[in-house]
Design a binder for this molecule. Structure first.
Ligand code: AHM
Ligand code: MG
Length: 334
């Protein structure tokens, strides 16, 4: 019965049945899950654990770091550096890549993460999460460099997130659909609670930060205008809106019941392609969404086909229910 399948058992059986998860990748995913359990505990402590508030520092993108951003980053690094499964890591919270120190063996995988996404929500007790993406190091023998990370999202071998909400859930793909695990705190393990996640192709729910409306490009304005017209407008149906300001929580809702999420380019900072990061946020989320039957584009092309030029590259993101994402993408073409 699926409610008794632990993450470890799922990974072992997935390898046995489909050959998707070699031992090193399994170790990696188990270690990431263990780190997420640690982050979940820290998040849960809140004001009791001296983990709230700002750390008084900024990351490479000039964003103020919260204490929990730094704690989560450290938990992921410490958990992953010694196991021999990784060559290097990259994080939204670190300027450059973290190569596994010489004292440990180096593995063939590269791990990228946003240690705590939606961190503006930490202090107000709203869902936040960890997003991760796994790539293979292209050249097995040479020393790992930042260039090794610059691979299109289509090359990911595993991707997922852990959402710290009313329940802590780990959501994963290795290219064989999307599976969801719920943390059983009494057992201390992630238990399989949903398989074959499918996003409905149509939706009546959109997610976008409406306060930026005046800055959007015409195709995004058109799409949202038409949603707002409701039954009387061209769409002939009413739409609902949700915006949690935690991508993890917004994407989780879309995986559960459909919807479209947009963080598009806007005129506030015209030189930036968008707010969200391609390699830590957009790629793993886009793969999950596609694996669940949805779509993800930047308005012009499939996000997973974008060849990154830099580690901290940003991108415009439109993802979710297939027909709606295709509609917004078509509006960008016309
Ligand atoms: P973060 O990684 O610094 O937390 O920023 C990413 C978050 C996303 O989770 C969310 O979708 C978005 O920023 C919210 O942005 P805004 O506050 O502009 O609505
Ligand atoms: Mg983030």
């Amino acid at each position: 019965m699926s409610s008794h399948v632990s993450l470890s058992r799922y990974l072992v059986e997935e390898q046995r049945l489909h050959g998707k998860i070699p031992a090193q990748l399994r170790l990696l995913l188990e270690v990431v899950a263990r780190a997420c359990k640690g982050i979940s505990h820290a998040v849960n402590k809140g004001a009791l654990g001296d983990v709230m508030g700002s750390a008084g520092s900024e990351n490479v993108q000039g964003e103020v770091q919260k204490k929990l951003d730094i704690i989560a980053n450290e938990v992921l690094i410490e958990a992953n550096e010694w196991g021999g499964h990784l060559a290097a890591m990259a994080s939204e919270e670190m300027d450059s890549i973290y190569v596994v120190p010489n004292r440990y063996p180096q593995g063939e995988y590269l791990l990228l993460f946003d240690p705590l996404d939606g961190s503006s929500n930490i202090d107000v007790n709203v869902s936040i999460g960890t997003i991760f993406s796994v790539l293979q190091k292209p050249d097995g023998n040479s020393a790992v460099t930042e260039k090794d990370f610059l691979q299109a999202g289509a090359k990911q071998v595993a991707a997922g997130y852990c959402v710290y909400g009313p329940q802590t859930m780990l959501v994963l793909t290795v290219g064989d659909g999307v599976v969801m695990f719920t943390l059983d705190r009494e057992q201390g393990s992630f238990v399989l609670t949903q398989e074959k996640v499918q996003i409905p192709e149509d939706t009546q729910e959109f997610a976008i930060n409406m306060s930026n409306m005046r800055h959007w490009a015409a195709p995004v304005k058109r799409y949202v205008d038409e949603c707002l017209q409701g039954q009387e407008g061209v769409r002939g149906k009413n739409f609902n809106m949700r915006w949690i300001a935690s991508m993890v929580a917004d994407v989780h809702r879309i995986l559960m019941r459909g919807g479209i999420f947009m963080y598009p380019w806007d005129q506030r900072e015209p030189n930036k392609p968008g707010k969200l990061r391609l390699m830590y946020e957009a790629n793993p989320m886009s793969w999950l969404i596609e694996q669940a039957g949805g779509a993800a584009t930047n308005g012009h092309e499939r996000i997973l086909n974008i060849q990154p030029a830099q580690l901290h590259e940003r991108v415009s993101v439109i993802l979710g229910s297939k027909n709606e994402v295709e509609r917004v993408t078509t509006y960008h073409r016309s």
